[in-house]
Design a protein around this ligand. Structure first.
Ligand code: NAI
Length: 400
């Protein structure tokens, strides 16, 4: 089949395997230029197939020579479907990581399920012994509730009042108006259930019970604080409630991890970047487009990968940690600089409907294509791809 981008409501329905190979190669090439540092040895990543989880995995595998076990929920290719970008990211990560001489394992399964947790722990015992870092980088739209049998869906909505805004439609490169109703109490509870801290806590509790956490264990999850301009939809919205819960969970876990393992539980507020998840948050697309321009102009732009490398090198394992009054690591400090925020908001106000013409919007749209394997110069997109030609026996990837 000839694979061309198929996008609906800012969601890619397909991915290009050869393009993803080029993308993963570019991440490894970039990571090779990073400074090495003494970091973790055995890392469990929950949600490491794309975005911040993948960036964490590549940065740690290359710059800290860590072994990694990644759990992610991705679609494998079939007769009619190309498979998801995250699936191919896992495949090419494993291929590329073979050159590192360290151990890398992928389990493709629902991280929320008890069965997955059991299987992952069995693999840790068999292949790693114990883990000394657990990264929880899940961005999920739904989580099954085993008590009721229901699939609980998160809702990205404002709390209290409805909101009118707009979003960049990636397929047509136009600005689309967007109206969002205010969240109901149920929407809030559901979003906290899916994106809050309870599943992270159950992973850590389970890993502890099974005695696979090493002395000095660290665990980290990612939040977003933002400057206020995105407050209505983010921190003061349903997702903000979920992040409050995630952050409170971290503080709770920190107390006992410290006591039992001299370990720690961390939250890092990361900068807004282009990932699969970021486009689901209304209004954030225009903000990121303007932010990209401003951070480049002011010389403080970092790629998603460089951002995570600096997080682990300087602020998790190094002595340059910046924390706020809520004990969150503030690796997002460049984005939060007053001059950056002011210039970003000015650009946002000035550009209005011309936002699609900004360089930042072009960069945003291009990066969004890249993370799905499209728009790489040296990939032949005319090539007829037979998905049956791909085999996975040579890599350590299990589909549960
Ligand atoms: P992403 O969509 O790129 O990656 C999400 C990961 O979660 C993927 O590996 C996916 O397979 C996995 N996943 C989803 N449901 C799963 C399930 N049921 N079982 C196993 N794996 C599952 O998301 P992104 O943007 O990297 O987000 C990761 C975290 O970073 C989230 O907590 C997000 O709130 C946070 N964050 C993101 C920012 C951004 O600008 N994208 C900014 C600051 C924080």
């Amino acid at each position: 089949m000839i694979i061309t981008p198929s996008i609906r409501s800012n969601v890619f329905l397909n991915a290009h395997p050869k393009g993803i190979q080029a993308y993963i190669q570019s991440l490894f090439n970039e990571a090779e230029t990073f400074k090495k540092f003494r970091g973790p040895k055995n890392v469990l990543i929950i949600g490491g197939s794309s975005g911040y989880g993948l960036a964490s995995r590549v940065a740690l595998a290359v710059a800290s020579e860590a072994n990694t076990l990644n759990v992610s929920f991705e679609g494998a290719p079939s007769d009619k479907r190309t498979g998801s970008a995250g699936f191919w990211n896992n495949v090419y990560f494993l291929e590329e990581a073979k050159k590192l001489g360290t151990k890398h394992v992928d389990i493709v399964a629902d991280a929320f399920s008890e069965h997955t947790k059991k299987e992952v722990i069995a693999r840790i015992k068999k292949d790693f012994g114990k883990v000394d870092l657990v990264i929880y980088s899940l961005a999920a739209g739904a989580r099954p509730n085993p008590q009721t049998g229901d699939l609980v869906r998160s809702a990205l909505k404002p709390v209290g009042e409805p909101l009118d805004g707009d979003t960049i439609d990636v397929a047509t490169k136009t600005l689309k108006p967007l109206h969002m109703d205010a969240a109901t109490e149920e929407d809030i509870q559901n979003t906290v259930y899916v994106m809050g801290g309870s599943d992270w806590e159950s992973w850590i509790t389970y890993l502890d019970q099974e005695n696979v956490l090493d002395q000095g264990i660290k665990t980290i999850s990612y939040t977003y604080v933002g400057s206020g301009s995105m407050d209505k939809i983010y921190r003061a919205g349903t997702i903000g409630r979920a992040k409050d819960d995630l952050e409170a969970t971290s503080l709770r876990m920190n107390t006992w991890l410290k006591e039992k393992y001299q370990g720690e539980s961390l939250i890092s507020s990361s900068k807004a970047v282009v990932t699969k998840a970021s486009v689901f948050i209304p209004g954030i697309t225009s903000y990121i487009a303007c932010l990209l321009d401003v951070m480049k102009e002011k010389g403080v732009h970092e790629t998603t990968l460089a951002h995570k490398h600096r997080l682990f090198k300087d602020m998790v394992y190094g002595d340059l940690r910046r924390v706020d009054h809520l004990h969150r690591i503030r690796i997002d400090h460049y984005e939060m600089q007053e001059d950056i925020q002011e210039a970003t908001l000015n650009k946002l106000n000035e550009a209005k409907s011309n936002i699609v013409d900004l360089q930042g919007t072009h960069d945003f749209v291009k990066e969004f294509h890249h993370i799905h394997g499209f728009e790489f110069d040296h990939v032949n997109y005319e090539e007829d791809i037979d998905l049956n030609d791909f085999t996975f026996d040579h890599i350590d990837l299990t589909l549960l």
